[in-house]
Design a protein around this ligand. Structure first.
Ligand SMILES: Nc1nc2c(c(=O)[nH]1)N[C@H]1C(S)=C(S)[C@@H](COP(=O)(O)O)O[C@H]1N2
Ligand SMILES: [Mo]
Length: 429
């Protein structure tokens, strides 16, 4: 039988090249169809006596501590820190090592970073937030005052619109999942709905937009439509339960769920209500895309529906033929992920992956698929579909639509080639 034909001998196979039914990962599935039944025997048979007593059982362990640290054996899990922009130290980006994480929450210490002029060392006792412009009462808030407002918490992703840009190059670049796609992270953000503060200042009838300004040396400024500000915008003060990290905007940032990362202005110091967009540098010369027609696409706020397989992925090494969990993340700026499909034969056949709970709007969603690798060449792909029915495009379709001059909002399907020598790498198909 040809490799890509469905193997009738394996009733769980649902698509070509060894993809197995997602029931393996659904509620109760593990019991109905245990890993044993699938032949996942990675443990060795135990002998009757318990294993040796290790050194760490022979003496008391380390004392208690005021602030925890991860195991020293995990020290190699680091952000990919890119080189600083020319002539600077703190401008540039670092990426989340997506292939080394699981679940949907990004540890704060591994959240990607993008700074246009380094991280300011802000004293919360001195920092203030000004709301002015087309308002009835200009207001200035100390951090102490802000902390008295009622807050909400939401688990949501943040993605730089420059994420995945390496895949715009003509040849598929070598790189890990995090190096190529790691400018997306997901946190529980807690803060004050922006609308609450705007209403307190009194929004003037002619107000349609606002300008948000950061307190970094770049004084990053972006224009935000008032509708979004009143809808789900947050003045975020906490990230994953603790105060924002300095890298993420301590002591406060604007957070605009589902929108390109640039507009979530960190170290927020000023909001000015306006009748139209201010046309700042970061929304004219940057964060716009030149189309084949010669026109520029501006104010491209929502992030497109997207997914990527984090394991197996570029640079990882397979351990020979056998059963694997294909796992990845999917997200959409338009809402929640409805479905993720996976292919192991370069897109010839697809099967539905299991979505792990929780599946939340504008958050990363973890998907999983069982795969019996026969050891032959395979190309793994994932394709996300969101609640609006939007489908993640192929690279060819995206470039045909947007042209080759674009540099933002790349959200095409990622292909990982699994080779017979166990190596996994980035390919275009
Ligand atoms: N004040 C300020 N806000 C900023 C930036 C900045 O350089 N200065 N970078 C923006 C960009 S381009 C992105 S992608 C996100 C990155 O947020 P993070 O560093 O918390 O991941 O912050 C945005 N907000
Ligand atoms: Mo960004």
């Amino acid at each position: 039988m040809a490799k890509n034909d469905l193997n009738q001998a394996d009733p769980e196979q649902v698509a070509g090249n060894g993809l197995l039914h997602r029931r393996v990962f659904l509620g109760g599935g593990a019991a109905l169809l245990g890993a044993g039944a699938l032949g996942l025997m990675t443990a060795r048979p135990a002998v009757a006596a318990p294993p040796d007593i290790a050194d760490w059982m022979r003496a008391p362990g380390a004392p208690l501590s005021g602030h925890g640290q991860r195991s020293r054996f995990e020290d190699s899990v680091q952000r990919y820190v890119g080189p600083p922009a020319g002539g600077t130290t703190g401008a540039g980006s670092s990426r989340t090592p997506l292939e080394k994480l699981s679940g949907i929450i990004t540890p704060s210490s591994l959240h990607f970073e993008r700074h246009h002029s380094g991280i300011p060392d802000i004293d919360p006792g001195q920092h203030q937030l000004l709301i002015h412009g087309l308002v009835e009462r200009p207001l200035i808030f100390s951090m102490e005052a802000l902390h008295r407002y009622p807050m909400v918490s939401r688990i949501q992703f943040l993605e730089c619109s420059g994420n995945s840009r390496p895949n715009l190059s003509a040849q598929a670049p070598a790189g890990s999942c995090g190096e190529i796609h790691g400018m997306v992270s997901c946190s529980e953000w807690t803060g004050i709905p922006l609308g609450v503060l705007l209403e307190e200042a009194g929004v003037a009838p002619q107000s349609r937009w606002l300008l948000a300004e950061g307190a970094d040396a770049a004084a990053m400024t972006r224009s935000v439509p008032l509708d979004k500000a009143m809808d789900d915008a947050l003045i975020a003060l906490y990230q994953n339960g603790e105060a924002l990290r300095p890298e993420q905007g301590y002591p406060l940032r604007l957070f605009l769920p589902g929108w390109e990362g640039n507009i979530s202005v960190k170290w927020l110091r000023r909001i000015k209500l306006t009748s139209g967009p201010t046309m700042t540098r970061d929304e004219t010369s940057k964060y716009t895309d030149l189309l084949p027609s010669g026109k520029s696409l501006m104010f491209t706020f929502p992030m497109g529906v997207k997914s990527v397989i984090t394991s197996p992925s570029g640079g990882l090494t397979m351990q020979g033929p056998g059963l694997y969990e294909i796992s990845g993340i999917a997200w959409s700026g338009a809402g929640s992920v409805r479905r993720v499909e996976v292919s192991a034969d370069g897109g010839r056949s697809w099967a539905e992956a299991a979505l792990s709970e929780p599946v939340l709007s504008k958050a990363l969603t973890r998907f999983r698929m069982a795969w019996r690798w026969d050891g032959g060449p395979a190309v793994l792909m994932s394709r996300a579909i969101d609640e609006t029915g939007a489908v993640q495009p192929t690279r060819d379709a995206l470039l045909a639509e947007k042209g080759s001059q674009v540099s933002y909002h790349y959200h095409a399907i990622q292909n990982w080639q699994v080779a017979e020598n166990n190596e996994v790498s980035n390919v275009y198909v």
